[in-house]
Design a binder for this molecule. Structure first.
Ligand SMILES: [Zn+2]
Length: 429
């Protein structure tokens, strides 16, 4: 019995396809793509009229908090949120408790994820304990199934450690994902350093705290011939640095998060700790720089940095609240509203950042619609209006600065490995 997705507008960024094509799924594979394909009587038909049919989306930067903070989010719970949000693959960050710095813990995540609806690819720590000093056993970790190394949540401040990490990870052809932040320059700031931080009397974090580390790591990537991917780029200056690195032939890629192209630090006054994140929301000039970086392709990937926090921890004064917001569920609506509707991106320009580009960086056989490929498919209605309030979320944490926003774009169906895992309003598995 096959699944036939009919009447949709198929967008496959990898091949540049934007056309009225149907898709047939048998088992975990796509077995046919073509015009007006006729389903057999026993087949399940998904009517995608008025909808975009995309490769299952990939979010290469999420925090699912397990092991250690299962009260906040679990691998299974986070996977369900991802399926509802149109994502069929995610990369989990290793800054859990304990951190993911050995093979047994990588395997634990893969085993837990197997109970859930989507593909979970763990990233593991660069350094033992995530302490930024001694390199973890990269060979063992790679053998356990991790797809990348990162100390995300913290920078690797020690330059010789970062040099060694870029050298060793080359042997496994795995990227180093950098949390680019000079801790001494960030100086325990709470928001972007600028007019708003002065006005609100809050300690600021300058753009340069991010940019000096990106510059350092681009140079170390040049020195080592390694492969680096910059996480959550937030400033126009960072985009310029990555552009220069790419133009110089250095193996650097980068991601931004939907909040950096949707909001500025003006949101902090209204949402306070709900708009506290690291790196912080910047200025309108930076927001424009991020959008132009996405348009030109200097920014390869959109990743949410989905960071659930318990309400009792987040609802404290700015100084005490943890950094981070949830992002999975608002990702598709922000991409469609801000990039496609407000900034005239084509669907291919907007969605290559959550399909084939992260797949390429992580060497995943996903993020593409092709006969013989994995049947990971996301169906989105780009015209549905959504009002963001607490009822929009199934995530057990709702910490984010979008309450009251009117956005467009609803996830209608998510299919992962040939299995329907979400249909609008209804979690299937
Ligand atoms: Zn980070």
């Amino acid at each position: 019995m096959a699944i036939v997705i009919k009447n949709g507008r198929m967008i496959d960024p990898a091949s540049g396809t934007d056309d009225g094509l149907d898709i047939v799924i048998n088992g975990d594979r796509i077995t046919d793509i073509g015009r007006n394909l006729a389903p057999a009587a026993a087949d399940t038909v998904v009517d995608a009229a008025g909808c975009l049919v995309l490769p299952g989306l990939i979010d290469m930067h999420v925090h699912f908090r397990e092991p250690g903070r299962e009260d906040v989010e679990t691998i299974l719970g986070g996977s369900r949120v991802a399926a509802k949000s149109g994502f069929t693959s995610v990369v989990t960050m290793p800054n859990t408790q304990p951190v993911i710095d050995n093979q047994a813990l990588v395997r634990f995540i893969i085993m837990e994820a197997a109970k859930g609806p989507i593909n979970v690819f763990p990233a593991a720590n660069i350094t033992k304990g995530g302490k930024g000093e001694e390199i973890a056993e990269m060979g063992e970790i790679a053998g356990g199934g991790a797809v990348a190394f990162t100390d995300d949540g913290r920078p690797v401040m020690n330059s010789i450690t970062m040099r060694r990490a870029l050298e060793y990870s080359r042997m496994f052809n795995m990227p180093i994902l950098t949390h680019s932040e000079d801790k001494s320059l960030a100086d325990e700031g709470l928001m972007n350093e600028g007019l708003n931080s002065i006005r609100l009397g809050l300690k600021g974090i300058p753009n340069e705290a991010e940019e000096v580390m990106i510059a350092r790591d681009i140079l170390l990537t040049r020195l080592t011939g390694g492969r680096m991917h910059v996480c959550h780029v937030s400033s126009a200056g960072s985009v310029e640095l990555v552009k220069r690195g790419k133009n110089d032939g250095i193996n650097v890629t980068c991601e931004t998060a939907p909040h950096y192209f949707s909001l500025t630090d003006d949101a902090v006054e209204k949402f306070l700790s709900m708009a506290k994140m690291n790196p912080p929301l910047r200025t309108e000039k930076d927001r424009r720089g991020i959008i132009e970086g996405l348009r030109s392709g200097v920014i390869d990937v959109i990743a949410t940095d989905h960071a659930p926090h318990a309400l009792f921890e987040k609802m404290q004064e700015m100084e005490y609240a943890p950094f981070g917001i949830v992002g999975l569920e608002t990702s598709v609506p922000l991409i469609i509203t801000e990039l496609v509707r407000n900034n005239n991106f084509t669907y291919i320009q907007a969605f290559d950042k959550v399909t084939c580009n992260p797949a390429r960086i992580l060497k995943l056989d996903r993020g593409v619609l092709k006969v013989g490929g994995y049947a990971d498919v996301t169906v989105i209605n780009p015209d549905t209006k959504i009002i963001i309030d607490d009822s929009f979320f199934i995530s057990r944490c709702k910490n984010m600065p979008f309450t009251g926003s009117e956005l467009y774009g609803s996830v209608e169906h998510t299919i992962c490995n040939g299995r329907p895992v979400y249909s609008r309003g209804q979690q299937v598995s």
